[in-house]
Design a protein around this ligand. Structure first.
Ligand code: ATP
Ligand code: MG
Length: 321
């Protein structure tokens, strides 16, 4: 069982324009679709679509239209009732694939609601193989929310606690890495740079920069890191080594949610007992499949690229070099 938390859920509306987006103009869209978004929901959808058991813990107001979108996903849900409504995230794509995203702030969680959400996740984590903490934190909760939640889950379930994967950014991810030693993080290139206090914009060798940064974290502060690099594929680091996999050439429809599908692919392979290079290959295949689908549509095994994903092992500098 894979249990996910989406602390700051969103209704994701994807809009397809017939031409480039022009600020200040009225433009007609060719089409639009709305999906229950939120990274934890996305991961649970992909895992479920592959036939593996998943549950999504989500704070939702019963009268929120988002609840209907959630029900449409068919994912098993653990709803924690809250007073606020889910935010909307808008993705605008033009015919050349140029994408503009507007992510609205979420509703504030009260201290009581945050405590109920923690209790809901701790209960849902019973017997799970993985717990996935994914996406931003809602306003009102401390930056240490994920880090504190990891402590609460491990304290409650001890040796039977699930392994914990975190796909977050900024202070929430920094707090996890500082104190909670997660089993897996899934940063993209920018998130990894930010995590070690560097600027990804100045990198001329993306692979070397990501490798140096990951080596400073793995395995002391995080047991393993899956670093996704968009069209450049992904890297996997753990105590046993480092691997690089290349992404297949694909026709991109929308890269929104590609990282969530990557994480789901990795976890699906892990549930089957796959080796590190095979976990990385499955992750890249799922990320690429997600990028070929519009919006945040969840890829199924039938959507995976047909050819093999090339993965090679390489050596890393040690954390102290
Ligand atoms: N243009 C692309 N071509 C091929 N594969 C891609 C492309 N973009 C993304 N992918 C696949 O998806 C994976 C994840 O992409 P990316 O690194 O952009 O995730 P992300 O930044 O975490 O995205 P998000 O958080 O929006 O889901 C990549 O490792 C790769 O396998
Ligand atoms: Mg991501």
């Amino acid at each position: 069982m894979i249990v996910t938390l989406t602390a700051n859920p969103s209704a994701d509306r994807a809009v397809l324009l017939p031409g480039p987006l022009v600020p200040g103009e009225v433009q007609r869209a060719d089409s639009s679709r709305e999906d229950a978004g939120g990274k934890g929901v996305n991961v649970a959808r992909v895992v479920s679509a592959a036939g593996a058991p998943a549950r999504a813990v989500v704070p939702v107001n019963d009268h929120d239209p988002y609840r209907l979108l959630l029900d449409d996903t068919g994912v098993a849900l653990d709803i924690v009732p809250v007073s606020g409504r889910a935010r909307a995230n808008l993705t605008i794509t033009d015919p050349l694939g140029e994408t503009t995203k507007l992510n609205l702030p979420g509703a504030e969680l009260s201290a009581d609601e945050a405590a109920a959400l923690t209790a809901g996740v701790v209960a849902a984590a019973e017997g799970a193989t993985w717990l996935v903490l994914a996406g931003s934190l809602p306003p009102g909760v401390p930056e240490t929310f994920y880090a504190d939640l990891i402590s609460a889950v491990r304290e409650r379930w001890g040796a039977a606690a699930p392994r914990i994967a975190v796909d977050a950014s900024g202070p929430a991810l920094a707090a996890v890495v500082a104190t909670a030693r997660p089993d897996l993080i899934k940063p993209n290139h920018e998130e990894l740079a930010e995590l070690v206090g560097e600027d990804a914009a100045v990198d001329d060798d993306v692979i070397a920069a990501a490798t140096r940064r990951a080596a400073a974290l793995v395995p002391e502060r995080v047991a393993s890191a899956l670093v996704t690099l968009g069209a450049d594929g992904a890297l996997l680091f753990d105590a046993g080594g480092a691997w690089r996999g290349r992404a297949p050439k694909i026709q991109v429809a929308s890269t929104v949610g590609a990282g969530d599908s990557s994480l789901a692919g990795y976890l699906l392979a892990d549930l089957e007992g796959a080796t590190a290079p095979d976990r990385l290959a499955r992750s890249i295949a799922y990320g690429a499949a997600a990028a070929t689908l519009p919006g945040t549509q969840a890829p199924t095994p039938a959507d995976l690229p047909s050819g093999p994903i090339a993965v090679t092992a390489f050596s890393t500098p040690t954390a102290t070099s």
